[in-house]
Ligand binder design. Structure first.
Ligand code: DI6
Ligand code: FE
Length: 405
């Protein structure tokens, strides 16, 4: 547990990957000081000002310090398991057929509706703890396995409780437009009405919604329905993001960019038009290689074109029971390199600086004076090791808002 009283500190005998400026923004043989949860000074240890020398001091043991990791796209609050579908897929079924037959997302909806709030919390905490044990200090959690007001509320309340219990920042995202619930079968427009006029306003007024997401796809909601969701979010002053171009090109990236969305996520089928719209709007591309891997997709997101256009690229786990039962952000970074050919530096910026941007959080994601002291200390010899090794568990310590975890 975190001792939240001690929010001042000094790390010495450490190298910094600041993610400010070129490359990793490396500062070797460095020190970093923080006061009241904010970074107060960083630089070469030899230049450490006297005023910081008396702060509670930690020995970095010659390791590397990075910003605390940020997982900007998860669905980790859910009940039940989908190991049976994993097995079905290995016996020949495919993801879209399973979804159309009432399995897939809807099977998790049944389990999540049936669980009470404490049960849902208990089921979700091990997934959170897996992420935190690897240096995650901020995470996003989506709803979308309730699909009715009480069950969506329950999911978002659990997400908030996770933040309080573990002392990390949790950003909640309302994903009511994830799948069509069975009671609205054949009436997807009526469900979107209910979403926009009843569920979203109620949950927003309860302070449970930091952003709004939708699944724009053949097996989910159309661009026109997604537009209605975005308009309802805009009325409430809530930022939007989108599951876009995962299984087909629906023009979702262009749509979310037009709504000045925070991010467009997945993007395997992203078009040139979508890239241009994202660049113009500053919408972040969130890559989710865990889902690509688990579904054994073959169509790669257009990395070279995103890079050439200068679209910011984040990487996330997409932790969910169906397409990405992944609770290692470092493994997601490795997969972004191995499967998508990101460089380690791009992948690691993708789980720090760019992930912060994808959440619209300007107070974190880099090491710089004034930023939150969300820190991860690693037993590694060079930053690329974080994206290179699989299963290495290199975290030595982490701090959240200046407090040691
Ligand atoms: N895309 C995904 O990969 C997840 N949701 C989504 O919109 C899958 C969620 C699931 O299968 O449970
Ligand atoms: Fe997702």
């Amino acid at each position: 547990m975190i001792d939240r009283r001690v929010r001042d500190g000094l790390l010495r005998n450490v190298h910094l990957a600041t993610f400010v400026g070129e490359g990793y923004g490396a500062v070797r043989h460095a020190a970093l000081a923080w006061r009241e949860g904010r970074i107060a000074w960083l630089g070469p240890d030899a230049e450490l000002p006297a005023e910081f020398r008396a702060l509670p001091t930690h020995d970095g043991a010659g390791g590397w310090l990075t910003p605390g990791l940020i997982d900007c796209h998860t669905h980790l609050v859910y009940a039940g398991s989908r190991a049976n579908e994993f097995e079905s897929r290995l016996n020949g079924a495919n993801y879209e057929d399973i979804a159309r037959a009432g399995g897939g997302i809807l099977s998790t909806v049944r389990a999540t509706r049936a669980a009470d709030e404490d049960t849902l919390l208990a089921a979700s905490l091990p997934r959170v703890d897996a992420l935190l044990s690897e240096g995650v200090t901020t995470l996003e959690i989506k709803s979308g396995y309730g699909l009715d007001l009480p069950s969506e509320r329950k999911m978002l309340r659990v997400a908030r409780r996770i933040g309080e219990l573990r002392g990390v920042t949790v950003r909640t995202t309302f994903l009511g437009a994830h799948a069509l619930p069975p009671e609205f079968a054949g009436e997807s427009d009526a469900y979107i009405d209910h979403h926009c006029t009843a569920m979203l306003p109620a949950l927003a007024s309860e302070g449970l919604v930091d952003a709004v997401d939708a699944f724009c796809e053949r097996i989910a909601f159309t661009p026109a329905q997604t537009t209605r969701v975005f308009d309802a979010a805009a009325k409430l002053g809530l930022p939007v993001k989108l599951h876009a171009e995962q299984l087909s090109d629906q023009g979702g990236a262009t749509l979310v960019a037009k709504h000045r969305g925070l991010s467009a996520d997945h993007l395997e089928w992203l078009s040139g038009e979508g890239i241009a719209a994202m660049k113009a709007a500053g919408t972040v591309a969130v890559l989710l290689p865990g889902a690509f891997y688990c579904l054994r997709e073959t169509k790669l997101p257009p990395i070279a074109a995103l890079r050439a256009a200068g679209v910011p690229i984040a990487v996330s786990t997409d932790a969910n029971p169906g397409t990405s039962p992944l609770t290692s952000l470092l493994l997601a970074a490795n997969m972004a390199c191995t499967l998508f050919r990101l460089t380690p530096q791009e992948a690691l910026a993708g789980i720090t600086r760019e992930a912060a941007r994808a959440l619209g959080m300007v107070d974190r994601g880099t090491l710089a004076v004034g930023k939150r002291a969300d820190l991860a200390l690693w037993r590694i010899g060079e930053p690329a090791e974080l994206a290179y090794a699989l299963g290495a568990r290199p975290l030595a310590a982490s701090w959240v808002g200046g407090a040691k975890r």
